[in-house]
Design a binder for this molecule. Structure first.
Ligand code: HEC
Ligand code: HEC
Length: 154
């Protein structure tokens, strides 16, 4: 970074703008918890806690025996510790407010963020479901949803 000290401020600003998005760390969710990663990442990618408000996680965690048509039950102790992790790292931003919805994919911000994806892409058999984040966000397993790692199948 030392070379930046020798360039003039206007150029520095340009450089920052040009490279800034890649380093902003936005849309990269690093919070992790071993039980959450194992138990909530076995059927689908472990969805980042930051993408739902606490109320949604609380509701979701009390209905694991009937989890979107499957049984994802856990013993009480594990469920409690995962719930705590999810709620602690949940979103407080208004953008992610989700009324009563349990699905990230049904929230307003998700629809808005994904409105450029054409209908035929959602029907692509390699995607199957909008909940299949990894189909497009190639590093979703690492919590990385940045533009850099996005590859949308045609
Ligand atoms: C037995 C398999 C299974 C396990 C274990 C499981 N899930 Fe799921 N989950 C599903 C299925 C199936 C769906 C619906 C996926 C779809 O619509 O394509 C789902 C959907 C979700 C969604 C909604 C995705 C969307 O559309 O926005 C969330 C949030 C979620 N799961 C969280 C969790 C959490 C938290 C855990 C751990 C406590 C967990 N899941 C464990 C099977 C599982
Ligand atoms: C069909 C491909 C596809 C799927 C599946 C998908 N996304 Fe995306 N996602 C996109 C596209 C395209 C964008 C818009 C990127 C942009 O305009 O910067 C995006 C943007 C995002 C962003 C904002 C990133 C940014 O840099 O602005 C987040 C966060 C995100 N998606 C999360 C998710 C989550 C969580 C899931 C699964 C529940 C998911 N996405 C499923 C294609 C997809």
């Amino acid at each position: 970074m030392r070379i930046y000290r020798f360039v003039n401020p206007a150029l520095w600003l340009l450089l920052t703008l040009a490279t800034g998005t890649a380093y902003a760390g936005e849309h990269v969710y690093t919070a992790t918890d071993p039980a959450w990663k194992t138990e909530c990442g076995s059927c689908h990618v472990a969805y980042p806690p930051q993408l739902l408000p606490a109320a949604s996680w609380r509701k979701l965690m009390t209905g694991l025996n009937n989890h979107f048509g499957t049984d994802a039950s856990l013993d009480a102790k594990t469920a409690e510790s995962i719930a705590r992790f999810l709620e602690t790292n949940s979103s407080t931003k208004r953008k992610y407010a989700n009324d009563s919805a349990l699905r990230i994919t049904e929230s307003r911000w998700f629809r808005k963020e994904h409105d450029e994806v054409p209908a035929r892409t959602w029907k692509n058999p390699t995607i199957k479901s909008a909940a299949n984040c990894t189909a497009c966000h190639t590093r979703a397993e690492q919590g990385d949803y940045s533009e850099r790692t996005l590859r949308v199948p045609r």
